[in-house]
Design a binder for this molecule. Structure first.
Ligand code: FAD
Length: 476
């Protein structure tokens, strides 16, 4: 009898202890879950920057929703409307490495070790971009965008909603977004944090523009661009030197060509909209052919579909966007082209957007709070993106005009010698921008100093000899 009740009581006791233990575990789990609560994040735009940022955030365990205006490129193909390929360099590679996709992108990328200049007679001059082994890379815009979307989607905690066009954002403690969804539906979504990565004509930025004390400017170039093509040879090989960015500089306008993995080149003509040698004048197949015969005869030989491509392809516009602040209420932030669209002549538009992602990711890694990250980034980043905007505008003049100028070519040669002699003291600005992580604002400062230095060197009767004279170069 005694033995039986002892067993029953022990059983009840153990039962209660187990129940208490399970209850404690449950509450601990709740506490940990609360402590680890991740913000719900919404990104507008699944372009290059939005999809890379979604991938980085997904890898950090956030629940991310990405709303994209275009249809899903995995089902319907890519409808980017802009350059078919892009130049990728160091800052971009680093961001892709952080997201673990660098190697996959490098597999398809084509190194371009320098500029190959084509003069009017078809003579070629090669100008390396950096030191031996340094190159920028030609990558496919569609291929890159697709890989980023696939990698983010595969995580499971990143969801893409295609065919959803953001029409307006209502800012507040919890931002509310309005979308035109497929089949004419109008939907609303809220989130803890919103990132506007919806490109140069950003709807998120447009909503910010209508709030107090938001500064904004957009500046169009008087130039447009037209994409054309040099197909591969019959055997599939490239018809021009594959490992170079080709330039036909013609002072007031230029043609460039970047290699693609399929053996073809994407060719881009940059031309004024109006006036002599302008798009306005090239309205018929005959006018287009005559223009190419006169200015780009060696390229024309390789462009069998020139007239058709020229008249069918759209003429793109080029603009610089500057604005600030990039954030609202510590919970909504602009990034990529939405915050800082620039002209493409330094090949740094996408790359500066990728650097945005890498910098934000570093701040998260350091354990900073979201409100601090958003405020600090909005305060500190524009000085660098404004600097690369200025450098890109300046590089247009260099590409279309100076690369064929003998004084400029001498300067480029001397820059290389100077860097080899004094690597600690002198790094060409092109290398700072393309092969380093030196902030863009610092590179712009250096540009001013290097211009002054070369003005003195080139004014000297023996510019090459003076490179040994440290007192002349750097002062006493
Ligand atoms: C001719 C040319 C050549 C270039 N070459 C280079 C180069 O060599 N190297 C380089 O680094 N950069 C280059 N760039 C710049 C580069 O293309 C941009 O900087 C880059 O695409 C910016 O990426 P993003 O994701 O911020 O914007 P985008 O690529 O424009 O992506 C924005 C996305 O948001 C979506 N979207 C837009 N509005 C909405 C909305 N209301 N709702 C939902 N979704 C929306 C768009 O459909 C798009 O998918 C070039 C640009 C041009 C024009």
């Amino acid at each position: 009898m005694f033995c039986g009740s002892f067993i029953v009581e022990s059983y009840n006791f153990l039962h209660s202890i187990t129940a208490l233990f399970l209850l404690a575990v449950y509450f601990l789990k709740l506490i940990f879950a609360f402590m680890e609560k991740k913000e719900r994040i919404l990104i507008v735009g699944a372009g290059l920057v939005g999809s890379l940022w979604a991938l980085m955030l997904g890898q950090r365990g956030y629940h991310v929703e990405v709303y994209e205006r275009r249809p899903d490129m995995r089902k319907f193909g890519f409808a980017g409307g802009r350059s078919i390929n892009l130049a990728m360099s160091e800052r971009g590679w680093r961001a892709l490495a952080v997201a673990g996709v660098e190697e996959a992108i490098r597999e398809e990328a084509i190194p371009m070790k320098g500029r190959m200049m084509h003069d009017l007679k078809g003579n070629l001059t090669f100008q390396p971009y950096g030191l031996e082994g340094q190159a920028i890379y030609s990558v496919s815009r569609a291929g890159l965008n697709l890989k980023l979307i696939e990698a983010a989607d595969a995580l499971g905690n990143v969801r893409f909603f295609f065919g959803h066009k953001c029409t307006r954002v209502q800012f507040g403690e919890s931002p509310l977004l309005f979308f035109a969804a497929p089949e004419g539906q109008a939907i609303q979504r809220s989130a803890d944090l919103v990132f506007g990565a919806d490109g140069a004509f950003s709807a998120v930025r447009y909503s910010m523009q209508r709030t107090a004390r938001f500064n904004y400017s957009q500046q169009y170039l008087e130039y447009g661009y037209k994409e054309l093509s040099i197909p591969s040879a019959d055997g599939g090989e490239h018809q021009l030197e594959k490992n170079a960015l080709h330039i036909w500089p013609r002072k007031q306008f230029m043609l460039i060509a970047l290699p693609n993995a399929g053996g073809d080149f994407t060719v881009t003509l940059f031309l004024p909209f109006k006036g002599e040698n302008s798009f306005e004048q090239l309205q018929s197949p005959r006018a287009v052919r005559a223009f190419f015969e006169k200015w780009f005869p060696d390229a024309l030989e390789l462009m069998p579909d020139l007239e058709k491509d020229f008249l069918e392809n759209p003429t793109g516009t080029l603009m610089t966007v500057r604005c600030r602040p990039w954030q609202k209420n510590g919970n909504t932030l602009l990034m990529g082209d939405a915050a800082h669209a620039i002209v493409p002549f330094y090949g740094q538009g996408m790359i500066s957007g990728f650097e945005d992602c890498r910098i934000l990711n570093d701040m998260l890694e350091e354990g900073q709070s979201w409100s601090d990250i958003i405020q600090t980034f909005s305060d500190s980043r524009p000085k660098d993106t404004n600097a690369i905007a200025d450098l890109a505008l300046r590089n247009f003049v260099e590409m279309r005009d100076l690369v064929a100028d003998p004084t400029f070519l001498l300067r480029k040669k001397l820059e290389k010698v100077l860097h080899q002699k004094y690597p600690e003291r002198f790094l060409p600005v092109y290398s700072m921008v393309s092969f380093s992580h030196i902030p863009y604002a610092k590179a712009l400062e250096e540009q001013v100093k290097q211009d002054a230095l070369f003005e003195r060197i080139l004014a000297h009767p023996q510019p090459e000899a003076v490179l040994d004279d440290e007192a002349f170069l750097w002062g006493a």
